[in-house]
Design a protein around this ligand. Structure first.
Ligand code: PHE
Length: 459
């Protein structure tokens, strides 16, 4: 390598952006973790799997599987100071482990191809609530079918993608950190308003009971595996996000307190969202078991029946959009960091390239419920195919290989040492259980998640 080239390379590394504050990095990581999964999926699976009983299992899964993987990703990222691919290459030069990072970059790009579609529906429904209220509530199922099949779906997805790219162009501290510091407290405030509205409706207690009554008879093996899989997805693990974010952390940032804040807030927001949704759904006499249709079909109908429903509906979809937007920032930063670190592209060029790739991969996803409805891959529409590939296979595989990487290459001792830098408590509980959980519990649990995805445990 020539002298001038190595000089510009070291300059590049020195000028690498970083999160300015602990609060900012926690908001960014929580912004990534809190997404559509927290808002409707968690409360739904909580309800059908026996409420309080499931909650207990979920918290255990977070502690025994989510936390060790989260710690491994944070320590790999901060120790190397590089994004997903660069991190593995630096910590294991010349080895195949670099492929783990590459799968993470692919996974985040694949998710980024369809996530803006749902973000776009959410943003679109803010406007539909304001300007088209009569139409979306008269027959909410038909209205949503028409909305997701029409041109608006693709247009709003494009706006969501554009907004994400606009934030990222500002960089980590003045883009991602600044916006998450504004948007996450706003999300919390909206959620509390919606929750108070919901739990004060007459008849709300049935919904609260559905969420929290610990019915162990409803908790089977499928419930256990749901909890495992969801803990993984909800914390945004297995796609290089936490590695990438941690690579922008200062060396003295406190990873222990960041980990505690991320898991506490992610779980708390999921519970608050459950309290915002289910008491209202029950009080107004709707079916809670709608799954994916719950947000866009059941809720507009429910809002229509409550006083000031139009206002609360717009507020709810704004909440959903904020949750999706802050997750998209983290998703898109993964391939962007790859392009900046590894391909040495400028931020602008990198963003243009990744936006073009995502738009090319994502346009068929935006058309999946309309013009391309009959186009199937392995029996699934294109949108669901991307979703299944990423969540059922790519994420768990990256998570599993990441755990094995810590055990066999990086070493649990080095990872634990990195975890404790900046911590006030020299030997916190999380660090004490980390070596055992990352070596044994997490890999076995992830293999079970993968097997479950193939359907061998049935439903
Ligand atoms: N963690 C997000 C949620 O709970 C989902 C997500 C997955 C976000 C992958 C970004 C990337 O909804």
């Amino acid at each position: 390598m020539s002298k001038s080239k190595s000089k510009s390379k070291s300059k590049n590394l020195h000028s690498r952006d970083s999160f300015a504050s602990q609060f900012g990095l926690v908001m960014a990581a929580v912004g990534s973790a809190v997404g559509l999964g927290n808002i409707w999926r968690f409360s739904y699976i909580l309800g059908v799997n026996g409420g309080g009983a499931f909650l207990l299992v979920y918290v255990l899964c977070v502690l025994l599987v989510g936390v060790p993987i989260l710690i491994s990703e944070l320590t790999i990222g901060r120790r190397s100071g590089l994004g997903a691919v660069g991190a593995f290459r630096k910590l294991a030069p010349g080895k195949l482990w670099v492929l783990v990072g590459a799968i993470g970059v692919v996974a985040s790009t694949v998710i980024m191809a369809y996530y803006p579609v749902v973000a776009g529906w959410s943003l679109g429904y803010v406007f539909e609530s304001i300007f088209n209220w009569g139409a979306i509530t008269a027959d909410s199922a038909a209205a949503f079918t028409a909305f997701s099949a029409g041109w608006k779906s693709a247009a709003f997805a494009a706006i969501a993608l554009l907004l994400t790219a606009t934030v990222l162009i500002g960089g980590v501290s003045s883009g991602i950190e600044r916006w998450n510091k504004i948007l996450m407290p706003l999300l919390g405030a909206i959620l509390i308003v919606l929750m108070l509205r919901s739990v004060t409706l007459p008849g709300a207690s049935d919904g609260i009971r559905f969420l929290f009554y610990p019915d162990f008879s409803k908790l089977g093996i499928a419930g256990f595996l749901d909890a495992l899989g969801h803990s993984f997805y909800s914390l945004s693990l297995g796609m290089g996000i936490m590695i990438t974010y941690a690579s922008y952390m200062k060396k003295n940032a406190n990873l222990v307190s960041a980990t505690v804040s991320i898991i506490t807030m992610d779980t708390l927001i999921a519970l608050l969202a459950g309290l915002a949704i289910f008491p209202a759904v029950f009080a107004l006499g709707f079916d809670p078991g709608q799954g994916a249709g719950l947000a866009f079909v059941t809720l507009p109908g429910a809002f229509a029946k409550m006083p000031l429903g139009q206002f609360f509906s717009a507020l709810f979809f704004l909440l959903l959009f904020i949750a999706a937007l802050t997750s998209m920032m983290s998703l898109m930063q993964v391939p962007l960091t790859f392009m900046e670190d590894e391909m040495k592209l400028s931020k602008k060029k990198g963003l243009l390239l990744i936006s073009a790739i995502v738009a090319a991969l994502g346009t068929p996803a935006a058309l999946s419920f309309g013009p391309l409805a009959h186009f199937k891959i392995m029996g699934l529409d294109y949108f669901s195919f991307l979703d299944k590939m990423a969540n059922d296979f790519l994420l768990p595989i990256t998570g599993l290989l990441g755990a094995l990487f810590v055990t066999f290459c990086f070493s649990t001792a080095a990872s634990k040492k990195e975890f404790l830098i900046g911590s006030k408590n020299p030997n916190p509980l999380l660090a004490r259980i980390y070596p055992f959980t990352i070596k044994f519990v997490a890999p076995i649990a992830i293999v079970l998640i993968l097997l479950n995805a193939t359907g061998i445990f049935g439903r």
